[in-house]
Design a protein around this ligand. Structure first.
Ligand code: SF4
Ligand code: SF4
Length: 75
């Protein structure tokens, strides 16, 4: 199963909670500000992500979304 991982940069307030809870150390805070003036989180090491969704659950601003990508296109 494949997953689509998105951080809504402009919802993020750069609190760093997701960075600290990720068991795989995938996330870091950007050095570029978003439209609210915060440094948003991003996946610095996306290949290490195991899609455990811990970061989504922890984010107080619901800025992280993980969705399953249907792979049943084979005919
Ligand atoms: S889904 Fe899990 S492994 Fe991936 S970034 Fe979030 S906490 Fe880290
Ligand atoms: S927990 Fe949410 S608001 Fe905080 S840095 Fe991560 S994505 Fe941004």
């Amino acid at each position: 199963m494949a997953y689509h991982y998105v951080i809504d940069i402009d919802r993020c307030k750069g609190c760093g909670l997701c960075v600290s809870v990720c068991p795989k150390k995938v996330l870091e805070l950007s050095d570029k500000v978003n439209t609210k003036g915060y440094f948003p989180a991003y996946q610095a090491r996306p290949k290490d992500c195991v899609f455990c969704s811990t970061c989504c659950i922890m984010c107080p601003d619901v800025a992280i979304t993980i969705t399953e990508i249907a792979e049943d296109k084979a005919a």
